[in-house]
Write a protein that binds this ligand. Structure first.
Ligand code: GLV
Ligand code: MN
Ligand code: MN
Length: 412
């Protein structure tokens, strides 16, 4: 089988999708169920239909483009990723896996290959946590990691519930129907940019993921006492932002001193109330994102953060309340799919390294449903979640070729 990846078509599509955004180019902002997300979905459905795929959407908006195999009752082979993008993002996160997955399918179709197992392209809803505070909404529901009842409790910053927002966006039916049965997929493989610098530094074009790190997140709210920035003496203050500042540094320290470079912790949001120049902050809300490849070590860092919340609360006489948003286990990739990916790399004499995914991906949750693996390509300077994110056409084509061959081998 000889496969041709149409580089110009694929790169043209990546550029075209990037223009469907709430921000001016080169910035991509495409938050789930906003007009730009809905427009991007419609554009993707049209691309899938052009390729002859039958398109289905579930109640939360996960989109499936299916190329029927000769044995339609056999479990499908899945690939795909997400097209939602955090505010101020770039063009490649998620998109490479979706459009690369589509191009892989088209290359297989054009080669005359006929799969026995159907091949399904997935576009997951809300891999990014921007709107509803929790990432991988679509794959959590597909895999049953998040129950429909818990999903119904999610709401956005305007207090609109997920249920209202997704229905308004045109996705009907009950969230209970989203979960797929075990055995629905024979395998799932996701192509993605690395979102870190290791492949580029080592000058290696491909990384085969063996394990996905365990993510967790917390919302912390700190209540102190507000007042006049001139009138209240320093000794009388219970400043919520000063308490938050101590907590942010304690969180950094907990991750830095874990003994492993695989531990990371980030405070990405700090909302200060009332947010006036001459007013003492009375309330602060923080979000905390903690990840590690080792579950015990990640949980130990979380315990250290809880201890810091208690001691800062006592010392500064503020109330500190933390709410767990998610604490997920890591996932291992399947040795058989790792081997199939490796064989394709070897066939094309493409150097590759095994690696850990420090970012989370929908594959983390698909692992609860099926054997999974991921293929990484380099991105410039390791940049991601920023507008100057970049992956070269050569690397994208290489990743797509290896993905296509892997889908072929898995679907025979
Ligand atoms: C995914 O976007 C992540 O935050 O790892
Ligand atoms: Mn992302
Ligand atoms: Mn992503």
């Amino acid at each position: 089988m000889s496969l041709t990846i149409d580089r110009d078509r694929l790169m043209g599509e990546i550029e075209a999708l990037a223009l469907i955004s709430e921000a001016e180019p080169p910035v991509v902002t495409r938050v789930v169920f906003t007009p730009s997300d809905l427009k991007a979905r419609a554009w993707m459905r049209a691309r899938c239909q052009e390729a002859g795929l039958s398109v289905r959407e579930d109640a939360v908006g996960n989109t499936f483009g299916r190329w029927n195999g000769s044995d339609p009752s056999a479990p499908a082979v899945g690939t795909g990723s997400h097209i939602d993008a955090i505010p101020n993002a770039g063009k490649y996160d998620g998109v490479v896996g979706v459009l690369g997955g589509l191009e892989a399918i088209r290359a297989l179709q054009q080669s005359g290959f006929r799969p026995r197992h159907s091949i399904e392209l997935l576009i997951f809803t809300s891999e990014e946590p921007t709107r509803f505070g929790i990432g991988c909404l679509g794959s959590r529901l597909l895999s049953g990691t998040l129950s429909a009842a818990s999903a119904r409790k999610l709401s956005d910053n305007d207090s609109a519930t997920l249920d209202e927002v997704r229905r308004k966006a045109g996705f009907a039916g009950e969230l209970e129907q989203v979960k797929l049965p075990q055995g629905y997929y024979k395998a799932f493989v996701e192509l993605h940019i690395e979102q870190g610098p290791l492949l580029e530094r080592q000058r290696i074009p491909l990384g085969i993921v063996t394990k996905i790190a365990a993510p967790a997140s917390l919302r912390v709210s700190i209540e102190g006492s507000g007042g006049h920035a001139g009138g209240v003496l320093m000794t009388d203050r219970r400043d919520a932002l000063c308490a938050a500042a101590e907590l942010v540094l304690a969180i950094e320290n907990a991750a830095r001193t874990s003994g492993a470079i695989d531990t990371v912790a980030t405070v990405g949001i700090c909302d200060v109330f009332p947010g006036a120049v001459n007013s003492i902050p009375s309330r602060v809300r923080l979000t905390v994102d903690i990840r590690d490849t080792d579950l015990q070590r990640r949980d130990l860092v979380m315990q250290m953060i809880e201890a810091a919340c208690r001691s800062i609360s006592a010392k500064r006489e503020v109330s500190v309340h933390s709410e767990l948003v998610n604490a997920d286990a890591p996932a291992d990739c399947a040795p058989t799919i790792i081997e199939t990916l490796s064989q394709s790399c070897r066939k094309h004499e493409l150097p590759f390294v095994p690696m850990v995914s420090r970012a989370y991906h929908d594959t983390l949750f698909m692992a609860r449903l099926a054997p999974v693996a991921m293929l990484f390509i380099p991105c410039r300077n390791g940049y991601s979640h920023r507008p100057d994110e970049y992956a070269s056409p050569e690397d994208i084509v290489r990743g797509t070729l290896v993905l296509a061959e892997t889908l072929a081998a898995l679907s025979k």
